[in-house]
Ligand binder design. Structure first.
Ligand SMILES: O=P(O)(O)OC[C@H]1O[C@H](O[C@H]2O[C@H](CO)[C@@H](O)[C@H](O)[C@H]2O)[C@H](O)[C@@H](O)[C@@H]1O
Length: 331
């Protein structure tokens, strides 16, 4: 995709966002050398550091626990075991499924204009071992296509926008990749925002589309970190480092559990030298992204404002998602 013209940047901030700050890392710069690292795997344990990085959490087990619990084991996904799991039952009382109140939602939606926001992984596609194979079914694609005939519909994903577009393949949708940091309108639709400006680009079919990329200045840094992460994790079997354009995913789903600490240590080693990057945690994945005041929730608000659907009593935005990063949008 080729950028045709540039406009001013959106507001950015160096302060960590309120949400998702649980894994924010702020540490002193240290030289990063993968050669030195691979010569001595214990190097990290000998480097003095401030008590704010993931390594400290790993040492005190908190991080490892978080890594273990970041995706429920298959047993808990079984219907019978869900019913017999007391803590899960208790949780569902506090957070009941929207589907059990479907009639209520339908009557609430009556006469309202709906805007639909959909997460991709775990929502439109099943969670699978290999991230590159998380295909959505054609039945799901048809359902999304049908709903988009009636309501503005957007996919909001942690993946790169290109990748999620490749999976979904519907040109009539809005796409927000990289956890909302890369927003694209369908051809012929604009992203009109009162305060934030967008760029005009050309899509694969040669048609004009609008882009909004609040983290574009971080691209060179992200590219550098991507290379370092690939290099520093290459000897850990099962690690996959995924380029999500404005953010990076380090997958450990296929890594032996005994090596999870090692994955955390290596990621910490690279990231600690970049105070402008932060770390969040998804389903068996560590996600590295720029410290800007932007997330899936901000992307949803931006789209509602661009569509002229904010602050209207007759608008019902609906967000469907399954992961921690979706909580920013639920809020
Ligand atoms: O915001 P999303 O669309 O939900 O994307 C979040 C991450 O999803 C992908 O990883 C997850 O799904 C994979 C495929 O099922 C699975 O193998 C992995 O363990 C999950 O974490 C994607 O690969 C990441 O880049 C996204 O950030």
């Amino acid at each position: 995709m080729e950028i045709k013209s540039g406009h001013s940047s959106p507001v950015m901030t160096d302060s960590p966002p309120i949400s998702n700050s649980r894994l924010t890392i702020r540490q002193n710069r240290l030289p990063c050398s993968s050669a030195a690292f691979s010569e001595n795997n214990n190097l990290l344990l000998t480097v003095p550091r401030k008590k704010t990085g993931i390594l400290d959490d790993v040492k005190s087990c908190g991080w490892l626990d978080a890594m273990k619990s970041s995706s429920p084991p298959p047993a808990i996904l079984n219907k019978d075991s869900i019913n017999s799991d007391a803590s899960y039952r208790e949780w569902t009382l506090k957070y009941p499924s929207a589907l059990t109140s479907f009639e209520k939602i339908m009557s609430f939606a009556k006469g309202k204009r709906i805007a639909l926001f959909l997460d991709y992984d775990g929502t439109l596609s099943p969670i699978v071992e290999e991230p590159d194979c998380a295909y959505m079914s054609s039945a799901m694609r048809t359902a999304v296509q049908n709903v988009a005939k009636y309501f503005p519909t957007a996919i909001i994903s942690g993946r790169s926008r290109d990748k999620v577009y490749e999976f979904v393949g519907l040109s009539e949708l809005y796409y927000a990749g990289s956890h909302g940091m890369d927003i694209m309108s369908p051809a012929g639709e604009s992203l009109n925002h009162e305060h934030l400006s967008r760029t005009v680009s050309v899509n694969e079919q040669g048609k004009d589309v609008n882009l909004f990329q609040p983290a574009s200045e971080f691209l060179p840094m992200i590219d550098k970190v991507l290379c370092s992460l690939v290099e520093i994790t290459k000897d850990i079997k099962g690690v996959k480092v995924e380029d999500n354009k404005f953010c990076i995913s380090v997958h450990y789903r296929n890594v032996e559990e005994k090596n999870w600490t090692l994955v955390a240590q290596r990621v910490d080693y690279v990231i600690r030298t970049y105070p402008k990057l932060r770390l969040t945690h998804g389903r068996k994945v560590l996600e590295i992204r720029p410290v800007i005041d932007w997330d899936k929730g901000k992307a949803v608000t931006f789209l509602l404002e661009s569509l002229g659907l904010n602050n209207c009593d007759d608008v019902l935005p609906i967000y469907v998602g399954d992961d921690r990063t979706d909580e920013d949008a639920f809020k």
